[in-house]
Design a protein around this ligand. Structure first.
Ligand code: C2E
Ligand code: SIN
Ligand code: SIN
Ligand code: FE
Ligand code: FE
Length: 379
C-alpha cells in the first residue's frame, strides 16, 4: 500500500515551522501507522555532549507518555551507548529480553510496551540523540518492517536537524553581532554554560511539579537562556566593565539592556524571516523580563507574580545565583551556601517562590554543574 501523505485532510508540510515539532512528529507517527499500525510511540531524546546527558525532547504516544522529563547520563546506559557507537539500529521484539536495571527501561516496559526499535540520530555528523519506536505488541518490528522504520527514523532526524539549524543560524547571527560590537562582557568564562544548565534544572523541576511545561519547552529555556543579556552589547564598555559601583545614571543606562536586547532579537527574527523560530515567545520573554521581580519592583516593566512569563522567572533565579557565586569586576564570588541563603530570603519578593524551591531542591544537580563548569585560574 502506498503511503498517503494527504490522509490528514491537509497536506502536512513537514518543514513548515509554523507547526510545532511535536505536531510534525505526530504526522510522522500517523504516516508510519498506515504501514506499520503497531507503532504506538515515537520518542526523541537529545544529547548534551558537554555533560553527557541524554534528555527526553519530543514524542508522540498513543497512551500516556511513560517518560516525561526524563534524563540520564549516556555513560550510565551502556546499551544505548553501544547503539550510538555502532550507528546501527537496535531491534527488540520482546522487552523482557532487556535487563530491568535501568529506570527508563522499567518505565517503558511497565507502561506496556513490548517491542522497541532504537536508532541514533546525528547533526553535522555528530551523534545528537536517539529516536525510539515502541509498540504495545510483542514481535512488532520484524525484519520486513526494519527498512521502513529506518527511513522514518531518518525523516525524524531531518526534522530535528531542521529545528536545530534555525537555532544554529540565530546563534551565528548573535555571535557575529557581538564580534562586530567588540562586545566584552565580563561574564566570560563559563557563565552561560552554567546559568543555562541551572535554568534547565529549575525548569525541569517546575515541569515535574506542575505539569505546565513540556520537555520541549524546558529544552528551549535551556537553549535560549544563554541569550538573556544580548542587550548588553548596546551598553558602553566604560559602564559594563566598570571596576566598581555604578552611579545612578549609569545604572539607569544599564537597566535598558533587557529592552535593547528585545529590540535586537526582534529585528534579527524579522530580518531572517524567522518569526517562526520554535518557542520564539520564550526567547523574547527571557530577554525582556529576566530582571522583573516577583513583587513588581523589577525592570523594565515592573510586572509582578504570574504576569512575569515563567521562562523569565526561571532564568532570573539561575542568573542571579550564578552572578552571586561568580566574581565580578565589582564584587567577589559568594559561597554556594551564602547565595542559597540570599535567594531563599528573597523568595516571594525578588523571586517566584516555586523557582526558589526548585533551586534549593536540586542542590546536588546545581553543585555538579558548578563543579563541572568551574572557572580555572583566579576568581
Ligand atoms: P550581572 O552581574 O549579571 O548581575 C545580574 C543580577 O544579579 C543583578 O541584576 C543583581 O540582581 C544580582 N547581583 C549580582 N551581583 C550582586 C551582588 O553583589 N549583590 C546582590 N544583592 N545582587 C547581585 P542588576 O542589579 O539589575 O544588574 C544588572 C547588571 O548590571 C549586572 O549583571 C551587571 O552587569 C551590572 N551591574 C549591576 N551593579 C553593578 C555595579 O555595581 N558595578 C558594575 N560595574 N556593574 C553593575
Ligand atoms: C541501558 O540503557 O543500558 C539498558 C536499557 C536500554 O537500552 O533500553
Ligand atoms: C525510550 O523508549 O524512550 C527509552 C527506552 C529504551 O531504552 O528503549
Ligand atoms: Fe541581565
Ligand atoms: Fe547574566
Amino acid at each position: 500500500m502506498p503511503l498517503d501523505l494527504m490522509s490528514q485532510g491537509s497536506n502536512p508540510n513537514f518543514f513548515n515551522t509554523e507547526h510545532t515539532l511535536a505536531q510534525r512528529i505526530r504526522w510522522v507517527h500517523d504516516l508510519i501507522k498506515q504501514k506499520i499500525p503497531k507503532v504506538n510511540r515515537i520518542a526523541v531524546a537529545v544529547y548534551d555532549e558537554k555533560t553527557d546527558v541524554l534528555k527526553t525532547f519530543v514524542h508522540s504516544t498513543d497512551i500516556e507518555n511513560p517518560l516525561p522529563l526524563y534524563e540520564c547520563k549516556l555513560s550510565d546506559a551502556p546499551a544505548l551507548l553501544a547503539i550510538s557507537q555502532s550507528g546501527k539500529p537496535r531491534v527488540i521484539n520482546q522487552m523482557s529480553d532487556l535487563p530491568l536495571d535501568k529506570q527508563h527501561t522499567q518505565r517503558v516496559r511497565s507502561a506496556g510496551f513490548q517491542s522497541s526499535f532504537t536508532q541514533a540520530i546525528y547533526h553535522n555528523e555528530r551523534f545528537s540523540g536517539f529516536i525510539f519506536f515502541n509498540s504495545l505488541h510483542p514481535g512488532a518490528f520484524t525484519e520486513e518492517y526494519q527498512q521502513d522504520l529506518s527511513i522514518m527514523a531518518y525523516l525524524v532526524n531531518l526534522l530535528i536537524n531542521n529545528e536545530f539549524n534555525v537555532l544554529t543560524t540565530l546563534n551565528g547571527v548573535v555571535h557575529s553581532l557581538e564580534d562586530v560590537a567588540q562586545f566584552r562582557d565580563e561574564e566570560t568564562g563559563y557563565h552561560l554554560e552554567r546559568m543555562s544548565r541551572y535554568s534547565r534544572v529549575i525548569a525541569r523541576y517546575i515541569a515535574q511539579q506542575t505539569g505546565l511545561l513540556s520537555d520541549e519547552h524546558v529544552e528551549y529555556i535551556f537553549l535560549y537562556s544563554t541569550l538573556h543579556d544580548i542587550g548588553k552589547i548596546a551598553i558602553p564598555d566604560n559602564i559594563l566593565l566598570k571596576p566598581g559601583k555604578l552611579t545612578e545614571g549609569e545604572m539607569t543606562l544599564m537597566k535598558s539592556h533587557p529592552s535593547k536586547g528585545h529590540e535586537i532579537i526582534k529585528r534579527i527574527l524579522d530580518n531572517l524571516s524567522m518569526k517562526t523560530v520554535p518557542f520564539a515567545d520564550a526567547l523574547l520573554n527571557i530577554i525582556l523580563c529576566h530582571h522583573e521581580r516577583w513583587d513588581g519592583m523589577g525592570y523594565p516593566a515592573g510586572l509582578s507574580g504570574d504576569a512575569i512569563p515563567i521562562e523569565a522567572r526561571v532564568v532570573a533565579v539561575a542568573d542571579v545565583f550564578d552572578a552571586l557565586t561568580s566574581a565580578r569586576s565589582y564584587k567577589e564570588a559568594w559561597s554556594i551556601e551564602r547565595a542559597f541563603e540570599f535567594i531563599e530570603e528573597k523568595s516571594g519578593s525578588f523571586f517566584d517562590p516555586n523557582c526558589v524551591q526548585a533551586l534549593l531542591a536540586c542542590e546536588d544537580d546545581i553543585r555538579l554543574i558548578k563543579d563541572q563548569f568551574a572557572e580555572t585560574g583566579s576568581g
